[in-house]
Every structure is written in C-alpha cells, then in structure tokens.
Design a protein around this ligand. Structure first.
Ligand code: MN
Length: 248
C-alpha cells in the first residue's frame, strides 16, 4: 500500500517537472495532501471516497450497515452542510470546516448538526481499517500510558463513555491543552472542536454510537458493538494524527 502511494507521489512529482520542462502549467493539479494523505488534520466539506469496500470491516461492521451509513446517513450530513453553508453565507472554498466548528454557536442548529455530522463521519471512516495496527505504540502509546495508566485502562474508560452516552452521540479520545489526552462524549453530532462542547480539543479518535451505526447487526447490544470495534481501529492512523498535531 505504502509503495503504491509513494509510486503515485513520484508520478505526480515527475509529471509536474515534465510539465514545467515542456513550458506547461499544472495549476489544476490537486495538492498531494488532498489526494493521498489521510485526514490527519483538515477535513473538507465534501465526502471523500470510503477508503475500503462496504464489506471490508466484516464481521465487526456488516456490509449493509456500512453502505447505508456511508451512502445515506453520512451523505445526508454532507449535503445538508453544503445547503446550510449556502443559506448562511459560508464560503466553503475559504472557510475550513474546523474553523466553522470552532464558531458553531454563531450558526443555525441545522449547521451545527450537519457540520458536526460530516466531520465526525469523515474521521470515523479513517480511523477504521481492514488491516489495522492493533495497538498504539511510539509517542501516542506513551501518552496513553501516561494519561490513563495503561492501554487497557484507556479502553475501559473509553468504552464506559461510549456505552453511557444516553441516546445518540459519540465517544472521543481528544487532544486538549498542553497535549493532554482526555476521553469524553458528546450528544447528537456535536464534537470536541465545537465552542459549545463541554470538553474542547481536537478529536483523535471517535466512535459513533448512534443506533444507525450498529442496529442491523447488534440490535440493542451496544456494548458488543463497542467491544468488537476495537478490532478495526487502525492505531497507525491515530498515531500519525497525534504526531502531526503535537509535532512529535
Ligand atoms: Mn453515523
């Protein structure tokens, strides 16, 4: 996988050089970060392609749940976010979604629900993988041990936050001031970037505990969904996100 990405990077770099040599301009080339990098920080206003097939995370997440979740629920948040942005005068070419979320109290409930919904799902798809790194190591592993005692203690606290969220919402591992890690949960489609959040920071990892995320397979058994979900978390992605945000 990494080889393929590097190969494509080289191709674009060389194509750009060839273009310059031939006196052509390549102003329309998308940035490499937009095309190839995971959403380590910025998330746009449009849905990215799902980075794996609908059935890729089976048996943890079944194909039908994944397809409906991505093509109906998450697509709806993205569309309604764009509609709200137009209605409320937000220029999505200039405004970063993160900056919108940080000032979300200035906008409508529709904007809050859909900006949060879109951001949360774009992150959610990325933290999962069919070939996940099963545990954090390096800098994030050390930080988790420091702030929660151990990886197991962290998982228990996170699962408690996810299972005790009444109704619909999310559980988060969030980077807050002084590079400290905290666990929290938010209702509905709120998230820690929002100025209305109780715990504010940048989410590294988020778990969707809306029933639409698990009901077809797990019905009322949210705890089983949470427990199985650990098996598809790609800690390599979370580690990279952490390192980018902390410059470690
Ligand atoms: Mn969802």
């Amino acid at each position: 996988m990494e080889k393929t990405l590097n190969g494509r990077r080289e191709f674009i770099k060389n194509a750009g050089k060839a273009g310059i040599a031939a006196g052509l301009t390549f102003t329309a080339l998308p940035s490499l970060a937009e095309v190839f990098e995971p959403a380590t920080y910025n998330i746009g206003f449009l849905q990215k392609p799902l980075p794996y097939a609908f059935n890729a995370l089976e048996p943890v997440i079944d194909a039908m749940t994944m397809e409906i979740h991505y093509t109906k629920h998450a697509a709806g948040y993205a569309k309604n976010l764009s509609d709200a942005a137009v209605a409320e005068g937000v220029d999505i070419k200039k405004m970063k979604l993160e900056d919108l979320l940080k000032n979300i109290s200035k906008y409508s409930t529709k904007m809050r629900n859909n900006a949060g919904g879109h951001y949360n799902h774009e992150l959610f798809w990325e933290v999962m993988s069919p070939k996940p790194e099963k545990a954090p190591d390096q800098q994030l592993g050390k930080a988790i041990n420091k702030d929660f005692g151990s990886f197991e203690a962290f998982k228990k606290q996170f699962a408690d936050a996810a299972s005790s969220r009444f109704g619909s919402g999310w559980a988060w591992l969030t980077l807050v001031e002084n590079n400290k890690l905290v666990i929290s949960s938010t209702p509905n489609q709120d998230n820690p970037l929002m100025d209305v959040a109780e715990v504010k920071g940048t989410p590294l990892l988020g778990l969707d505990v809306w029933e639409h995320a698990y009901y077809l397979k797990y019905q009322n058994r949210r705890a089983e969904y949470i427990n199985n979900w650990w098996n598809v978390i790609d800690w390599d992605f979370v580690e990279k996100r952490y390192r980018k945000l902390t410059d470690k």
